[in-house]
Design a protein around this ligand. Structure first.
Ligand code: ATP
Length: 199
């Protein structure tokens, strides 16, 4: 799988549409302080579903929308899309190229897109589960994560190996199933109570 292309429009410092094409091998982003290098990483994290404004270095979700400059008016929508080449079929889909997208409006509305079609965040999360790509997975490593992994804070080392070994999705499904079982138990108890009341 290859990260192919990143398109950003209206996200943080990117008032104009910017397209970054990535080749195989290492890509380095260089630029002066405050020029928007970290905003590129924030954009990747955001399109993958990041919900924490803190992780996006922003106070409110509104602040991720281009706020304008002296010469430019603020925009009303932030949009990021990320395209992967699925040439090794690591993503469980028949498409050889997968584009995920996220939009957010000042009104507070937003949407996720999978190959141009509106979808749920869960669909995107499920698609990338156990690939190492995700807003919280090891594809994006920040300095503070290195500390967490080395010191094994919050079980982070185990989580990292579980994601790499491909068992995270089974743990997630187990958690969902256990919740459904607990909900069903609660429903059955309620039915029992009602039956007792009727008898
Ligand atoms: P450094 O090397 O110092 O870490 P950097 O190149 O990583 O810097 P970023 O932190 O990515 O820079 O970008 C910071 C810039 O983004 C600031 O100039 C800030 O004003 C701008 N910025 C952040 N949010 C917005 C926004 N919503 N609208 C317009 N500009 C924004």
């Amino acid at each position: 799988m290859l990260l192919n292309k990143l398109e950003i429009k209206g996200f943080k410092s990117f008032g104009d549409r910017v397209t970054l094409n990535f080749d195989e091998g290492v890509t380095a982003v260089v630029g002066p302080n405050g020029s928007g290098k970290s905003n590129v990483v924030d954009a990747i994290r955001w399109v993958l579903g990041e919900q924490s404004t803190k992780a996006l270095r922003s106070e409110k979700m509104d602040n991720i929308i281009f706020n304008g400059t002296k010469k430019r008016r603020p925009l009303n929508m932030a949009e990021v899309s990320l395209t992967f080449k699925n040439h090794k079929n690591l993503l469980p889909t028949e498409y050889s190229e997968v584009t995920i997208g996220r939009r957010f409006y000042r009104s507070g509305d937003g949407e996720y897109l999978l190959n141009g079609v509106s979808c749920r965040l869960k669909d995107i999360q499920n698609l990338f589960l156990d690939t190492g790509i995700g807003s919280n997975s090891y594809a994006i490593i920040e300095l503070k994560m290195v500390d967490e992994i080395l010191n094994d804070i919050n079980n982070s080392r185990r989580n990292l190996f579980e994601e790499a070994a491909g068992i995270s999705k089974f743990k997630k499904r187990k958690k969902e199933t256990l919740k459904k079982l607990a909900d069903t138990d609660a429903d059955l108890e309620r039915v029992d109570d009602l039956l007792h009341e009727i008898e």
